[in-house]
Design a protein around this ligand. Structure first.
Ligand code: ATP
Length: 328
């Protein structure tokens, strides 16, 4: 273990996700385990610039493993995007004696960390925290599993209404650039059709699929739509289009929105957060820097931040086939 690192900072940045608190707890307790001081940096990079720091001991993170959101708060900092802002952040970190930091966030937060590392040779480590699961170098980001469970639970409830009234529901879920939530939750909740950014189904095929489903004896349907689906119409425009062409359907829309980001993390996310936090701190103590800690084939793996930022995640095409077969 490195003798040079005595104090590690931890921050959450960008959008919050369930499991961030469990990751903070893990970083804090791993530091305590190795007799390293840990400093909580509040409000993401903005708090770093302003020196909004607080010492964190192992007891300061009691009872947070089960809590959604982030006790350190999160923020989007415009100032950190400027060289001047980052200089202020560096000054605050060095004044406080912080030798390295762990940032829990998405690719924007990693970009900030990577630039900062290049400018100041400051050791940084990333933990992927976003419900979208759109980060290269990890099969799961923190919060993704919880979000899937939340979405499935809600769609199950919507299905009760859909089947009681013979309705067609368009359910919009998060995922501007990646359809992981829509695809997996859609299969899990038994959706008749799933629209994702990675596949352009086209309006005609959507109608065709709905007609087929109706002809096969289904009286109600659920279509899960990712925010960034390729058809290019908003979920409300889709409703209008289908109503116009299939007047026999009573169509409704449900936009799940921010409820997908909240809630108590699933067991999977809590265990993942604990594992990632341990690896992040121990990697810093081994002298590593500028990596993201992720999980691949159930093994904790380091990916250079640059790759994690630039790399694209891919959806599992086999899942599309499974979804098609399930709607037979
Ligand atoms: P989410 O997945 O929720 O969007 P994110 O980490 O990608 O999370 P961003 O808002 O993109 O969220 O980034 C978080 C913060 O990281 C920004 O507010 C900014 O302070 C910093 N950041 C992002 N991009 C850069 C950049 N190019 N240079 C410096 N800092 C950056």
């Amino acid at each position: 273990m490195s003798l040079n690192i005595k104090k590690i900072g931890v921050l959450t940045s960008g959008g919050d996700s369930p499991g961030m608190n469990a990751a903070i707890r893990s970083v804090v307790r791993t530091c305590a385990f190795h007799n390293i001081e840990c400093i909580g940096i509040y409000r993401g990079y903005q708090g770093m610039i302003e020196g909004d720091f607080k010492e964190m001991g192992p007891r300061s993170v009691n009872n947070i493993v089960n809590k959604g959101g982030t006790i350190l708060k999160s923020a989007r900092s415009v100032e950190f995007r400027t060289a001047e802002g980052r200089k202020k952040a560096y000054e605050k970190l060095t004044q406080a004696g912080i030798d390295a930091f762990v940032v829990i966030g998405g690719d924007g937060s990693f970009t900030g960390a990577e630039i900062f590392n290049k400018e100041y040779k400051f050791p940084v480590m990333g933990i992927p925290g976003t419900i979208d699961n759109d980060i290269y170098g990890t099969t799961h980001t923190l919060g993704y599993d919880t979000a899937l469970n939340t979405v499935v639970e809600v769609i199950d409830k919507i299905r009760d209404t859909a089947s009681s009234h013979n309705r067609l529901f368009f359910v919009e879920v998060m995922g501007r650039d990646a359809g992981h939530i829509a695809l997996n939750a859609g299969i899990g909740a038994g959706a008749e059709e799933i629209l994702i950014p990675e596949e352009d189904l086209g309006l005609e095929r959507l109608l065709e699929s709905l007609r087929k489903s109706k002809a096969s004896g289904k009286s109600s349907s659920i279509v899960v739509v990712s925010e960034g689906d390729k058809i290019g119409k908003s979920v409300f425009e889709l409703k209008d289009y289908v109503e116009e062409h299939m007047p026999e359907y009573d169509v409704r829309v449900s936009v799940l929105g921010h409820m997908q980001r909240g809630g108590s993390p699933s067991c999977f996310d809590r265990v993942l957060a604990s594992r990632l936090g341990v690896k992040a701190v121990e990697s810093i103590l081994e002298g590593k820097s500028n990596y993201m800690v992720g999980i691949i084939n159930d093994k904790i793996a380091l990916t250079p931040l640059e790759q994690a930022i630039k790399g694209e995640t891919e959806i599992d095409l086999e899942l599309l086939r499974v979804s098609d077969i399930m709607t037979t």
